[in-house]
Design a binder for this molecule. Structure first.
Ligand code: G3P
Length: 214
């Protein structure tokens, strides 16, 4: 499973990239608006820092506006993926952009029916928001399982990108289900390596070794 960072913070992305296991980045207007400086320049810097795909979202809600922004975004760097909202207009824009060879990440997906249409429109990535479904007493990971089953039934090539991840168990469940990608905040990314028994065990190895030398 590929691991993406869900952030527009360059320092976090640089630190994640240094760990050697970062496969890509997803941003959204909320995340970009939290960072100082020009969002387009920030996106370019992110694209230079990470080797994999970097999702950048349009603001327009009509097809023409989406296509215009998508073309501007796709010129920023080779690894830009255009993120579109999963609406009727977004679906039309997705079909057009993928036919031009521009990679598209369909975002704000909350149901298997949305995911089915997104795959039929040729999206590169589908982004089900698991945390926000959990927030409204739905089972976000169950929606991911349904999407994976549907995609497997028909051999759709759209990659399932689990988003709105809030904790490491979302990552574990995504991996058990065979999701293609999981994107997460830097806090969750760092939590994946942590285990108290590793820290305690390491401390004991070092203190035993030092005691034997004396
Ligand atoms: O990738 C989508 C993500 O940014 C949404 O996360 O935590 O705002 O639901 P969240």
């Amino acid at each position: 499973m590929k691991l993406f960072l869900d952030t527009a913070n360059l320092a976090e992305i640089q630190e994640g990239a240094k760990m050697g296991i970062l496969d890509g980045v997803t941003t959204n207007p909320t995340l970009l608006s939290r960072e100082p400086g020009d969002p387009m320049e920030n996106l370019k810097a992110i694209c230079r820092t990470v080797e994999g795909p970097v999702s950048a979202e349009v603001i327009a809600t009509d097809v023409e506006g989406m296509l215009k922004e998508a073309h501007q975004l796709s010129k920023l760097a080779e690894n830009i993926v255009v993120k579109l909202p999963t609406t009727t207009e977004g679906l039309k824009a997705c079909k057009q952009l993928t036919s031009e060879g521009i990679k598209v990440n369909m975002t704000l997906v909350f149901s298997p029916t949305q995911a089915l249409l997104v795959a039929k429109a040729g999206a590169t990535f589908v982004s089900p928001f698991v945390g926000r479904l959990d927030d409204v007493s739905s089972d976000g990971m169950n929606v991911v399982a349904q999407i994976i089953d549907i995609y497997n039934n028909y051999g759709f090539e759209t990659e399932v990108l689990v988003a709105s991840v809030r904790h490491p168990m979302h990552v574990v469940d995504a991996a058990l289900m065979g999701a293609d990608i999981c994107t997460m905040p830097f806090k969750v990314f760092k939590q994946l390596i942590k285990h108290p028994l590793t820290d305690v065990g390491l401390e004991k190895f070092i203190s035993d070794w030092k005691a034997a030398q004396q």
